[in-house]
Design a protein around this ligand. Structure first.
Ligand SMILES: [Zn+2]
Ligand SMILES: [Zn+2]
Length: 348
């Protein structure tokens, strides 16, 4: 497949899609019902459908009995950890193996032409982005994800949370499922914005940002504070009447869904004719420029609202640079003032 039909590559080899990132059609004005209808399959398939499938499989086939989940057991914890670690190993590992290790697609549709394994850096444990990201994911973030999960299951098993059955509440529960990806974007936006506050950035979020050129293993490479709070979104279900499948849909949308921002390719050529859209570009730009695109890729356009949206265009680049210049000037003015305090230094 010729990626230059779909984008351009600059002198340094960076590939930029022709199609500008934009909020999903429900936000377009004038409202266009046909566009919204055409977007719905893309919203459901394949990513959200995948998270729903794993949620159903986990609740109905894989988790321990509800009786045993009513008390905390190390064995249950290890089993749940094994499921999550195994699931991530297979799911993220598929993309790593095929597109980063075997390089089946070389760098067609790859935003950054380089591969992390070709660039050793002191920013990482063992100077390797792959080893660093993998270790942090499997030994820090996934154990914390599992902690969130086992507490959530304990709350359901002990009736601390209101568990509605699908048979009588299918309409309300379906509504929860449909809005869950939007709630995720809102939750993620504000959490992410908060950890970009310079002191928190330095302490917490800089770990995730070491990967300027992310690969799937980068997705869950987080400081423990971020790894825990990121997955704790699933606890929102404990505050409202809900159902374990809905809670798992949120949990897996976070855990498995984190990969979407870090795939590094716009499109995967699964076969000669079948393409898979990665939805990675917006968050890729966040890793590249740091202070743009704090939210997802436009399901809820909070970045547009707060003036931090970057759609990949030259105009967005100029707007971003103007914003940075303004911030610097403000900072300089503050430093020059007699009691100047430089408390809001921009993050790196
Ligand atoms: Zn990221
Ligand atoms: Zn960030």
């Amino acid at each position: 497949m010729d990626d230059l039909q779909y984008g351009t590559r600059d002198k340094r080899g960076n590939w930029v899609p022709h199609r500008r990132a934009e909020p999903v059609p429900i936000w377009h004005r004038p409202f266009n019902a046909r566009k919204v209808l055409a977007w719905i399959p893309e919203f459901l398939w394949p990513w959200n459908a995948f998270h729903m499938a794993t949620a159903i499989i986990w609740v109905n086939l894989l988790i321990p009995s509800w009786d045993s989940l009513a008390t905390f057991s190390l064995l249950n914890y290890l089993w749940l950890y094994g499921l999550n670690a195994g699931g991530i190993f297979l799911f993220y590992g598929f993309f790593e193996l095929r597109y980063y290790f075997q390089r089946k697609q070389e760098n067609r549709f790859k935003y950054n032409p380089k591969f992390p394994s070709d660039a050793p850096s002191d920013a990482f444990w063992f100077q390797s982005q792959n080893i660093d990201n993998f270790t942090r994911s499997f030994f820090i973030t996934i154990p914390l994800w599992t902690l969130v999960e086992i507490v959530m299951l304990w709350a359901y098993a002990n009736s601390w949370a209101v568990w509605l059955p699908w048979t009588t509440n299918w309409l309300y529960l379906s509504f929860l499922v449909i809005i869950a990806p939007a709630v995720h974007e809102i939750y993620f936006f504000f959490l992410h914005r908060a950890i970009h506050w310079p002191p928190l950035y330095k302490w917490v979020h800089s770990v995730h940002h070491n990967s300027i050129n992310p690969s799937p293993w980068s997705s869950l490479s987080m400081h423990p504070v971020e790894g825990f709070l990121y997955h704790a979104e699933a606890w929102l279900h404990l505050l409202i009447p809900s159902n374990p499948v809905c809670a798992y849909f949120t949990l897996h949308g976070a855990g498995f869904g984190a990969v979407n921002g870090h795939l590094g390719f716009e499109t995967f050529e699964l076969t000669d004719k079948v393409k898979l859209d990665s939805h990675s570009y917006v968050h890729y730009l966040h890793h590249k420029y740091f202070e743009v695109n704090y939210g997802g890729d436009g399901l809820v356009p909070l970045d547009k609202l707060f003036g931090t949206w970057h759609d990949g265009s030259k105009e967005a680049d100029e707007a971003m640079k103007a914003r940075f210049r303004k911030k610097k000037e403000k900072l300089r003015a503050k430093q020059d003032a007699p009691d100047g305090r430089a408390s809001d230094m921009p993050a790196e």
